[in-house]
Design a protein around this ligand. Structure first.
Ligand code: HAS
Ligand code: CU
Length: 560
């Protein structure tokens, strides 16, 4: 650029550089964690294809250690870091307010210390307890402390998101919160409430227990606290993807968000109903009465509603864009969507995977069907097309504009980006077919089935066909990982500079309906948060009080 011609975009780019740096740190750390975790994925898939390649991984003692690393890095570390980066950055830009940089870097540092502690604990094989770390399996104190620090760091970011909105609110008392900020605040408030379970589990029980300060932990209480957070955490992963589907996709396809109010309502419903449903992971657990399981079962169906709303709203937004581009016919408009653009394709394929992931979730939420497949390969089948595709592939799609936007470097190899989206989608869909099918045939989840004792050889021989499908999916997914990370690193280290902010955030660019009484009512976060807490208290307190007062502490065991 010629000297003296400072355009507004350059000024703004310079102004936002500190925010971009910290966001890039969160997002890039998350994606590198994903890379390590995802490289182990093909080994897990091949295990379910009855091929044992673990013996070629000398740094891992067992399939279970690999699975722990895979699960923790992919669903706890990748998602949390990525979310913290985007959930503070988007509101900051939308509200045009600078968050506290010192606070954000401190949050990042806390999370990094946590990541290192937990990472060392897993790699040293002291904590092969899988990502659910159910007692009485006992990991090292570093593992639990590390995970606790990751959560604490994320809550620090949540605090800053809420504070940012409060600052904006003071300056604009008569306006309602702009939509992306609304969604980010709702997500973070939901997470703050939801994380209570895991914080109590880890801080009050698991850290003291693993450090030898207390001798026993009640497994049932620990599981219940775990699932208190373990269900809503899936929406903490999902909602940033929903932000992109609602707020950014319309702009990317030339359409518009059909209903701002409906979008807000969906997020509010997530805030209200995400948490009081954890018992649907414990249908077969003793110690929880059938009545309370039923209550949470019904509430699970409440939390399906906002996703059904999303399916409708997002499809309609895209249809508007496609018809503006000349799309005709009942379904013919679909061809007019930007199928050449990797950033869009990744996200629409993510949505399609979620149609099946969501349907599987509804099956799982049904008490009597759940019993058929609980603890079988069906479950990983389900979550690889929810968090593994609906969320992860959406994040991939977002990075195709976000990384250039943050780093000022052009997207490397856009065609390969498109390929990475398709291969990830095909690989994950095949993986899901294989795993759901194996589950229906009774193959257990989390089992080293490719390394069974001679006495057990052949007991899953009726699952040969789905096993082959699962094995093939692992190889396709390895290709997808190579493709995606070639694009990712190619972009990070690209010498092709673009003007920062020339890739803009695709904000919807529509004024919120400040006068609409419904939108104003939805904006009353304090009130809704209290209501959410009250529903959680009703759904959980009777069972938790019962469990707290009748604890049966068990000493830790190591099975590895
Ligand atoms: Fe789940 C287990 C029930 C959603 C993740 N779930 C898991 C586990 C994970 C997970 C990780 O009730 C395993 C935990 C473990 O290790 O034990 N799940 C549900 C239900 C939903 C659900 C009812 N799950 C998710 C999401 C996840 C996730 C989201 C991650 C991000 N899940 C369960 C149950 C279990 C479970 C039981 C325990 C099983 C057991 O026995 O252990 C619902 O939220 C799903 C609602 C979703 C929909 C889909 C809407 C579709 C949309 C896409 C629209 C498409 C478009 C494309 C627009 C109703 C929004 C249009 C296309 C064009 C071409 C135009
Ligand atoms: Cu759940």
């Amino acid at each position: 650029m010629a000297v003296g011609t400072i355009s507004t975009s350059t000024t703004s780019a310079v102004r936002w550089r500190p925010e971009k740096r910290v966001t890039a740190a969160f997002v890039i750390t998350g994606l590198i964690a994903l890379l390590v975790g995802a490289l182990l994925g093909p080994f897990q898939a091949l295990n379910y294809g009855d091929v044992n390649l673990y013996r070629y991984l000398p740094f891992l003692k067992s399939y279970y250690q690999g699975l722990t690393l895979h699960g923790v890095l992919n669903v706890l570390v990748f998602t949390t870091f990525f979310n913290c980066g985007v959930l503070i950055y988007f509101p900051a830009r939308e509200l045009d307010l600078r968050p506290s940089m010192a606070w954000l870097w401190s949050s990042y540092a806390v999370m990094m210390v946590g990541l290192v502690l937990a990472g060392v604990a897993i790699v040293s094989n002291s904590s092969t307890v899988l990502y659910t770390f159910y007692p009485p399996l006992q990991g090292s104190w570093g593992f639990y402390t590390g995970l606790a620090l990751v959560v604490v760091g994320s809550l620090m970011v949540a605090f800053e998101v809420v504070r940012l909105r409060a600052r904006w609110r003071r300056a604009h008392p008569r306006q309602v919160t702009p939509i992306v900020t609304y969604m980010s605040v709702a997500t973070m408030l939901m997470w703050a409430l939801a994380s209570l379970g895991i914080v109590v589990e880890v801080v009050v029980f698991l850290i003291p227990w693993s450090a030898g300060w207390i001798t026993g932990v009640d497994p049932e209480l620990a599981r219940t606290l775990f699932w208190f957070t373990g269900h809503p955490i899936v929406y903490f992963w999902l909602l940033p993807a929903y932000i992109s589907w609602y707020a950014f996709i319309p702009k990317q396809v030339g359409g518009e968000l059909v209903s701002d109010t409906l979008a807000r309502l969906a997020f509010l419903m997530f805030m209200l109903f995400s948490t009081p449903v954890g018992f649907h992971h414990q249908f077969t657990d003793p110690g929880i009465s059938g009545g309370w399981k039923l209550v949470q079962n019904i509430l699970t169906f409440f939390v399906v509603i906002p996703s059904l709303l999303t399916a409708f709203t997002v499809t309609a937004s895209m249809e508007i864009g496609a018809r503006r581009n000349g799309g005709r016919g009942m379904l013919g408009w679909i061809r007019k969507l930007p199928w050449h653009d990797g950033g869009f394709v990744a996200q629409i394929l993510a949505m399609i995977s979620f149609v099946f992931g969501g349907a599987g979730g509804i099956v799982l939420a049904s008490f009597n069907l759940n019993v058929l497949v609980h603890n079988t390969a069906f479950i990983p089948g389900h979550f690889h097309i929810t968090v593994g595709t609906a969320v992860t592939l959406t994040f991939f799609g977002m990075t195709f504009w976000l990384i250039p936007h943050l780093t000022g470097r052009a997207l490397h190899a856009p065609r390969l980006a498109l390929w990475s989206a398709w291969t990830w989608f095909v690989g994950m869909m095949l993986f899901a077919v294989g795993m759901h099918w194996e589950g229906l045939l009774g193959v257990p989840r989390r089992a080293w089935i490719s390394n069974m004792s001679p006495a057990l050889q052949g007991i899953y021989s009726d699952a040969r066909v789905p096993q082959v499908i699962t094995a093939v999916s692992g190889v396709i997914l390895l290709l997808a990982v190579i493709f995606y990370f070639t694009v990712f690193f190619g972009t990070l280290f690209s010498s092709r500079r673009i003007e920062e902010d020339s890739v803009a955030i695709p904000f919807p660019g529509r004024e919120a309906a400040h006068g609409d009484p419904m939108v104003r009512a939805l904006d009353r976060f304090g009130l809704w948060f209290l209501l959410a807490a009250a529903i959680v208290a009703v759904a959980y307190l009777p069972t938790l009080i019962h469990m707290f007062t009748g604890q049966l502490g068990l000493p830790g065991i190591r099975l590895w």
